[in-house]
Each structure stands twice: as structure tokens, then as C-alpha cells.
Design a protein around this ligand. Structure first.
Ligand code: FES
Length: 120
């Protein structure tokens, strides 16, 4: 954390473990905090396509590259799908799954003594 950054408590690790996601408001911004495996990620709750609350979308996997007539599902619980038009974002990187120019705005997450913090 730098001298200009400040951290904000958003949830306990136990709470996030049970819910998988918490959406909170910090400095007037909605931010979604997700647990994926043993790691935590924070993304601004604004879809870069049309401004939807993307962090409220379904957390799921996605279709993996496969041959014609094959359907391979993978990356379960690592993807959030925007509730308005279905754009899919990687919860680990914020990256849109198809368009590399499109990404969610992310924030640093810290964990200390069982408490999850977002750093702004
Ligand atoms: S607003 Fe998110 S996909 Fe359109």
C-alpha cells in the first residue's frame, strides 16, 4: 500500500467464503469482491459495454475452444456474465473473454486477520 492509498474493510473471509461475492460501496463507487478458489478479486460494478451492474451477474464457467459440434465447458466459477447482454469477463484478470481491449476496472485486495480489504 502506498502513502496515498487507503484500505476499506468489505467483509470477513468467512462471509465471502459462504457467499462467494460481496458488493459494497466505497467512496460512492460500487465494487464487487469475489472469492475464486483461495484468492480474492475486486472489480468496479460497471460493465464497460453499457454500464450494467456487471458484478451482479451469474458467476459461471464458459465454453472452451473446441472443434465444430463439440461442446467443452471449463473454468467453472471463474467467469462473471453481465446481466444485461451476457458479455463474459475473467474474474481473475477482469479481461473480456473475446475482446482484449475490454476490461473491468480492478482494485487491489488485501487480507489480514480474516478480514478482506479493498485498497483505493
Ligand atoms: S451492459 Fe454489460 S454486456 Fe451490455
Amino acid at each position: 500500500m502506498t502513502a496515498t492509498e487507503q484500505r476499506y474493510a468489505v467483509a470477513s473471509a468467512e462471509e465471502l467464503k459462504q457467499s462467494g461475492r460481496v458488493i459494497t460501496t466505497i467512496k460512492g463507487m460500487e465494487i464487487g469482491v469475489f472469492q475464486v478458489g483461495d484468492a480474492y478479486y475486486a472489480w468496479r460494478n460497471v460493465c464497460p459495454h453499457g454500464g450494467a451492474p456487471v458484478c451482479e451477474g451469474v458467476v459461471c464457467g464458459t465454453k472452451m475452444p473446441s472443434l465444430v459440434y463439440e461442446y467443452k465447458y471449463g473454468r467453472d466459477r471463474e467467469i462473471v456474465r453481465c446481466p444485461w447482454h451476457g458479455w463474459e469477463f475473467d474474474l481473475l484478470t477482469g479481461q473480456h473473454l473475446v475482446d482484449e481491449k475490454v476490461k473491468l476496472r480492478g482494485y487491489k485486495v488485501e487480507v489480514e486477520d480474516g478480514q478482506i480489504y479493498v485498497v483505493l
